[in-house]
Design a protein around this ligand. Structure first.
Ligand SMILES: *[C@@H]1O[C@H](CO)[C@@H](O)[C@H](O)[C@H]1NC(C)=O
Ligand SMILES: *[C@@H]1O[C@H](CO)[C@@H](O)[C@H](O)[C@H]1NC(C)=O
Ligand SMILES: *[C@@H]1O[C@H](CO)[C@@H](O)[C@H](O)[C@H]1NC(C)=O
Ligand SMILES: *[C@@H]1O[C@H](CO)[C@@H](O)[C@H](O)[C@H]1NC(C)=O
Ligand SMILES: *[C@@H]1O[C@H](CO)[C@@H](O)[C@H](O)[C@H]1NC(C)=O
Ligand SMILES: *[C@@H]1O[C@H](CO)[C@@H](O)[C@H](O)[C@H]1NC(C)=O
Ligand SMILES: *[C@@H]1O[C@H](CO)[C@@H](O)[C@H](O)[C@H]1NC(C)=O
Ligand SMILES: *[C@@H]1O[C@H](CO)[C@@H](O)[C@H](O)[C@H]1NC(C)=O
Ligand SMILES: *[C@@H]1O[C@H](CO)[C@@H](O)[C@H](O)[C@H]1NC(C)=O
Ligand SMILES: *[C@@H]1O[C@H](CO)[C@@H](O)[C@H](O)[C@H]1NC(C)=O
Length: 874
């Protein structure tokens, strides 16, 4: 009895508690459901937010603490739109709300100020508009605030400064305007990451308070309408790793202490401003030299105090300003420096010999300054150097023998200097694409071994004192530009040069003779062609070809045998859409008859489904040996990329060592086919539509889809056309499935369409968006000219890039580039597109537009057709 009553009493005590916790739980669920009810969810990403899944802590994006209470809502990248309801702030323990990369389009909700427990608010990548409300300052515990990439306008409210605990503040990529109030940053002593970049409507000076943020690691203020001087206080940012102030209107000289205490600085970008005066030479002086015990070396005077001060520095970019005086020479010997860009300033100084320094330099651009002295032997010894551009300076003396020894060197521009002596025979730079030595005082012959550099495309040796003949061996090269005007060359011009290039590239050489030139070669048989040579080449080509054929046959026989075996392997399949075909039937259909093409990664089959539709099956040999779980995850990542201009991934099958990717296949086949068929309906309007659609698909992969993807294999055979000629990109992101090493291996096989590959790819660099832009530019050229990028069977003919570049250099050549089968009425549009294509295929990656720019340009071309300028620049 006594025991019974005590149990009863306990129950009496507990019951209200139990009920209370039930009530909280209920109401949290209700709050979430109310939140959901105002959201549109077209992809049904949060369909599990429903009463039949009782445990709301298990709903998509929800994290709970125990006892159950929602602490975090993470719904990024789910294509959500609609309203962000006020009710969400009633969740008592909500500390993280992440709705990044959705389609919310509303003004910033005032009610967020009620979410007092929030630590992290991420609304980046939506379409929020209106001003940032004062009330944002009422979130006392907020540590991370990310509103970047929206359409927020107006001034940044000073009340933001009340968020004293903020560690990350990202407001980049909006339309903020007005001035940056100093009150905003005065109290944010915890701030480590500040991004206000890409807000072009600011008109503000840099608040000196930013320089007092003692924990700042990353400061991104590029392209934000900032003017005035960089405050002295900025030299106090000792914890800084990345400083980007580029593309503003900053002026004056920079604080003398900048860089001094910045021992962690990795990247400094001050480019494209109006900064002037001396560059603080202390910025990195000495550095490695002292570390390596070489301080008695070339450093004159006392060793500066700032020694070892920025040994982490990798990128130093100050181009496009008005800096003058000595270039900080200690920079060259920093252990990690890889990119130095200082072009278009008034720097003087020399490029020192680096003794005992293991340099990581990759890219040096110091064009258009007052650098002087000799080109040091160092340049040739740095094995990582792929670009050395020092035109328009005062370099003199001879070019060192080893100037072109870096195995990855691809661009050399030393034009407009005072270099003399003979041009050394290039020895090892098999990746050299562009060599410009124009307007110097070089003498002697054109080096014959240029002809052994397999990818050399642009040679400019004009305005020197070169003599002798033009080496006939150069015809081995497939050149797009060969300018030797204004030299002392003599003898007969090899015929492929007189026919391939404009006469202006030969003028100013009184001794040259040949057809089309002022003097014909009297006495000499015109165009003495070394016939034996030609015969020799023919023999070599034939033997190579036959060897290749034997290899290919052997390869396919072996493959066929292994295919037979593999067919009996166990295949596992995942279909994202119902295909209406049995797996076994699918496998049966993958015979040689269904192969429509072979790419570097394997064959592509096209199969008709029982319902009449076609699918393309790409057979990948997963040579990379990635674990199959990883491959599946990657394929799902690819499959989630959805855009009207991406070919839908319908499913995949995999077994040991092979993957079958199943794509939708358009009625009109690929753009490559369409170019070859060239039906009458393939008019400019259609081609423009294909260009625009493909550009939009690519821009989506680059920028809109998260994770950002690179296509890496843009070519006309990977652009599929539906019955209305709507283009769909296929074959993207294969590197993710087979691994980088195998990807590279495949791309270096014979089956790769090499002319789509950007020249810098050969320098074993990381894949970039700009490489995709290059490949897209090649597709544009195909659309404009109607020529396939590479003529499949003739190794002698030029690819479309070189062909076009040669033509546009000729007077009137530009018009001859346009596909003659198209009506004249579209000429202006086609010329505009040609200009765009030439920019996309620029040798220099930074001159290429982004895909977003390309989309805009293509749209504009169609809207306003004005006479465009066609640049023939490289
Ligand atoms: C995203 O939502 C829009 C409507 O807001 C819809 O048209 C589109 O198909 C959706 N995309 C995906 C990938 O679900
Ligand atoms: C889940 O709930 C919805 C309504 O919220 C209902 O239409 C659906 O039939 C339920 N499904 C199951 C499996 O109970
Ligand atoms: C939550 O989901 C996981 C996996 O999705 C499942 O294993 C677990 O049983 C679920 N818990 C509840 C309480 O439903
Ligand atoms: C916000 O989300 C985006 C998209 O996932 C992410 O890139 C960004 O780093 C997040 N911001 C913060 C401050 O974590
Ligand atoms: C910064 O903090 C100081 C002292 O705590 C205070 O007086 C000042 O008003 C604060 N400024 C802002 C903008 O909150
Ligand atoms: C840059 O600043 C100068 C004066 O400092 C001003 O005259 C000029 O208009 C500004 N340019 C831009 C693009 O803001
Ligand atoms: C950087 O330079 C400053 C000023 O010369 C000096 O006080 C500081 O000790 C240097 N830092 C290092 C890590 O040597
Ligand atoms: C140089 O870079 C490497 C790799 O990025 C890094 O491990 C190393 O710490 C850097 N050296 C310095 C001095 O920062
Ligand atoms: C070389 O430099 C000159 C002068 O800066 C420039 O006009 C030219 O376009 C450059 N050529 C190449 C191929 O980089
Ligand atoms: C070029 O070199 C020759 C001698 O090699 C010299 O006479 C001439 O002045 C030099 N020209 C220039 C412009 O430096």
């Amino acid at each position: 009895m006594a025991a019974g009553s005590s149990v009863c009493r306990l129950l009496h005590l507990l019951l209200p508690l139990l009920l209370l916790s039930c009530a909280i739980a209920e109401s949290e669920k209700d709050i979430l459901l109310a939140f959901k009810s105002s959201i549109q969810d077209p992809s049904s990403s949060i369909s599990d937010w429903s009463l039949n899944f009782t445990d709301y802590c298990n709903w998509t994006g929800i994290t709970c603490s125990s006892p159950p209470s929602v602490t975090s809502i993470n719904l990024q990248n789910l294509n959500l739109s609609g309203d962000i309801a006020a009710s969400i702030c009633q969740l008592p323990s909500l500390s993280e709300l992440n709705l990044a990369n959705n389609h919310f389009s509303q003004s910033i909700p005032l009610h967020f100020s009620q979410c007092t427990s929030l630590l992290s608010l991420n609304l980046s990548g939506n379409a929020l508009w209106g001003t940032l409300p004062e009330q944002i300052g009422h979130l006392p515990s907020l540590k991370d605030l990310d509103l970047s990439n929206n359409h927020i306008e107006g001034q940044i409210p000073p009340s933001l400064g009340m968020l004293k605990g903020l560690r990350v503040l990202k407001l980049g990529g909006n339309f903020f305007s007005g001035t940056l109030h100093s009150a905003v940053f005065g109290n944010m002593s915890e701030l480590g990451f500040l991004d206000l970049s890409k807000n072009p409507y600011f008109t503000s000076k840099l608040p000196m308070e930013i320089g007092e943020l003692g924990k700042l690691r990353v400061l991104l203020l590029q392209n934000s309408g900032l003017y005035g001087e960089i405050p002295e206080s900025f030299s106090g940012l000792h914890t800084l790793e990345v400083l980007d102030l580029s593309q503003n209107n900053l002026s004056g000289s920079i604080p003398s202490g900048l860089g001094l205490g910045m021992t962690k600085l990795v990247s400094l970008d001050l480019s494209q401003n109006k900064l002037s005066g001396l560059f603080p030479s202390a910025i990195c002086d000495g550095g490695a030299l002292v570390e390596l015990g070489l301080n008695e070396n070339s450093l004159a005077g006392p060793v500066p105090e700032s020694i070892l001060n920025c040994t982490s520095l990798k990128r130093f970019q100050v181009q496009g300003n008005m800096f003058s005086g000595q270039f900080p020479s200690g920079l060259w010997s920093l252990p990690n420096i890889s990119i130095v860009r200082a072009e278009n300033n008034q720097f003087s100084g020399e490029f020192p010999e680096l003794v005992g320094v293991l340099s990581q330099l990759e890219q040096v651009q110091i064009d258009n300054n007052y650098f002087s002295g000799r080109i040091p032997r160092t340049v040739g010894r740095i094995r990582t150097m792929y670009r050395f551009s020092a035109s328009l300076n005062r370099f003199n003396g001879n070019l060192p023998e080893n100037f072109c020894d870096s195995p990855v060197m691809s661009i050399i521009n030393l034009s407009h200097n005072s270099l003399s002596g003979s041009i050394p025979e290039p020895r090892y730079c098999k990746k050299l694409v562009s060599l410009s030595l124009a307007d110097n005082n070089f003498t002697g012959n054109i080096p014959t071994s240029l002809s052994q550099l397999p990818v050399l495309t642009y040679i400019d040796l004009s305005s020197n004192n070169l003599s002798g003949e033009i080496p006939p061996e150069l015809q081995n090269l497939k050149l797009a530009l060969f300018n030797v005007s204004y030299n002392q060359l003599s003898g007969s011009v090899p015929p492929y040069i007189t026919t391939g290039f404009p006469a202006s590239f030969l003028q100013g050489n009184p001794g040259l003779c040949g057809p089309g030139l002022p003097s014909t070669c009297n006495g000499l048989p015109e165009g003495r062609e070394p016939k034996s040579n030609r015969l020799f080449i023919v023999v070599i080509v034939m033997s190579l070809t036959s060897g290749f054929v034997v290899l290919v046959v052997a390869y396919f026989m072996i493959r066929r045998m292994s295919q037979r075996e593999s067919r009996s392997n166990l295949w596992k399949s995942v279909f994202f859409y119902p295909l209406g075909i049995l797996e076994d039937d699918l496998m049966m259909a993958l015979d040689d008859k269904s192969i429509i093409g072979k790419g570097p990664f394997g064959a592509v089959h096209v199969i008709q489904l029982p319902g009449g539709n076609f699918i393309a099956v790409k057979r990948l040999r997963s040579l990379g040996g990635l674990p199959s779980r990883r491959i599946k995850a990657e394929i799902k990542t690819l499959a989630k990329a959805r855009h009207k201009n991406l070919s839908k991934l319908l499913g995949f099958c995999y077994s040991d060592g092979e993957i079958l990717l199943i794509h939708e296949f358009g009625k009109k086949g690929s753009l490559g086919d369409a170019l070859i068929r060239s039906e009458a309906s393939f008019n400019w309007r259609v081609r423009w539509q294909i260009a625009l659609g493909a550009a939009q698909g690519l821009a989506y992969l680059h920028k809109d889809y998260v994770p950002h993807l690179l296509h890496r294999n843009v070519k006309s055979n990977n652009i599929l056309l539906d019955e209305y000629f709507e283009p769909k990109l296929a074959g993207y992101g294969l590197d993710r499935l087979i691994g980088e090493a195998s990807y590279q291996a495949c791309m270096s096989t014979e089956l790769c369409s090499c002319c789509y590959v950007a020249p810098e790819n050969s320098c074993c660099m990381k894949a970039t968006e700009q490489m995709d832009v290059y490949s897209f530019g090649v597709v544009l050229l195909e659309l404009i000219t109607g020529r396939p990028a590479e003529q499949p069977d003739s190794r002698q003919s030029l690819d479309v890039v070189k062909w076009v570049r040669r033509k546009v250099n000729m007077t009137d050549g530009t018009l001859h580039v346009l596909d003659p089968r198209l009506l004249n009425s579209s000429q202006q549009e086609m010329l505009g597109t040609l200009d765009l294509a030439l920019r996309c295929t620029s040798v220099m990656p930074e001159k290429r537009p982004t895909m977003a720019d390309v989309v805009r340009s293509l749209q504009c071309l169609h809207d306003i057709v004005e006479p465009p300028r066609v640049s023939s620049g490289v």
